[in-house]
Design a protein around this ligand. Structure first.
Ligand code: NAD
Ligand code: AKB
Length: 328
């Protein structure tokens, strides 16, 4: 197993915190350097090295890679779908130039591996809604989706032209409780748990029957590490792999929460994020990932709900009426 120095860029974010902690557990605290534009997430403090770093500053990034002897990069810095629609130019710039900076440095310094996530947001309204295949019509309508699709082809280009071993997953919406989500359309599926515990009520910005592909973060972290550990000859997709676990709607997740908090209710007040959600598939066919490197998800909606409520309950130790009737 590798003991190469790993740099995680965007380590203070929703995925970054949990991925950094998981990588440190496997490869050793000192071998995984966390970095971000913002300050270190408190959950990372004392768990290993941290550097302040802007992925847009290519020279500084290059210096850090050489100085720290970095051999692998996990690039997580990005602007997500909902925030991206508010500032399309910035989203395009960070999401594509940040990736190009990393790819160039990977090429020059002959890094052994790079990880960069794409998203189900690459798919658009003309893609199949159900079991959306790996290869299909792809016409994204958000700047986030456009930047991810362009990024996938940059990955493919650097692999074919320069031999950069870059690997990628099209994550679905990720559900987690440790660090806050960063401005996505699927964030409702995180907010709803906290609202349920605090107020027994949630106002959803998506319609009750809006189905989206989702995954619990332990599955996403495991998928990422399994992809990166897979033998090179098993990686047949050099753009990005479809990755899936479950699909549900706001109405369905509310019903699941009600099994633990009987008084919980949900109302609906949609905003601009509804159009983003409507442009995406409801479910994803990830058979390429399952066949090529053995991907299998573990968590279904019932297991996610139980784990989220249990952990958030422990985290916030709230004394609301909802909690009084809360039963795991
Ligand atoms: P996030 O917004 O929570 O975290 C991103 C981190 O990048 C933040 O801590 C931010 O401070 C940092 N960052 C921003 N600009 C930077 C810069 N110039 N230099 C260095 N760091 C910078 O996002 P996330 O949810 O953790 O997503 C990580 C990656 O996974 C992104 O590429 C995202 O598109 C992808 N993804 C996430 C989801 C999801 O549901 N969370 C789904 C699909 C794909
Ligand atoms: C978002 O909603 O923007 C992200 C994603 C699916 O890429 N969670």
């Amino acid at each position: 197993m590798t003991k190469e120095k790993i740099l995680v860029i965007g380590a203070s974010g929703q995925i970054g915190v949990e991925l950094t902690l998981a990588l440190r557990k496997i490869y050793g605290e000192q071998n995984v350097i966390a970095s971000d534009l913002r300050e270190q997430n408190p959950l990372l403090q004392g768990s290993g090295p941290y550097v302040s770093l802007d992925v847009m500053n290519k020279e500084m990034l290059h210096v850090q890679v050489i100085r720290q002897g970095v051999k692998q990069i996990y690039l997580l810095a990005a602007i997500l779908s909902a925030t991206g629609e508010k500032n399309p130019a910035l989203a395009w710039h960070l999401n594509t130039q940040g990736l190009l900076n990393v790819l160039d440095i990977a090429k020059e310094e002959k890094l052994s591996k790079v990880y960069w996530p794409s998203s189900i947001a690459v798919f658009g309204p003309t893609s199949p809604k159900r079991s959306c295949p790996q290869k299909t019509i792809i016409e994204p309508t958000t700047v986030y989706g456009i930047s991810k699709y362009a990024g996938e082809f940059w990955c493919n280009y650097y692999f074919n032209k320069y031999g950069v071993d870059i690997r990628s997953l099209r994550y679905p919406g990720l559900i987690s409780y440790k660090s806050a989500p960063g401005g996505g359309t699927t964030d409702y599926a995180i907010e709803i748990f906290q609202a349920a515990l605090e107020h027994s009520h949630y106002t959803s910005f998506l319609e009750k029957n809006t189905y989206l592909p989702m995954m619990y973060i332990p599955d996403a972290i495991r998928a990422t590490i399994e992809l990166m550990e897979a033998p090179k000859d098993k990686i047949r997709e050099r753009t990005s792999y479809n990755l899936a676990a479950i699909s549900f709607s706001p109405e369905e997740i509310a019903a699941e929460i009600r099994k633990h908090i009987p008084g919980f209710n949900i109302s609906y007040k949609t905003d601009y994020r509804q159009a983003i959600a409507d442009s995406w598939p409801q479910s994803i066919d990830d058979s390429a990932a399952r066949n090529d490197w053995g991907w299998q998800h573990e968590y279904d909606l019932s297991a996610i709900t139980k784990d989220m409520l249990g952990n958030l309950h422990a985290k916030f130790e709230m004394q609301t009426e909802a909690q009084a009737s809360y039963q795991i």
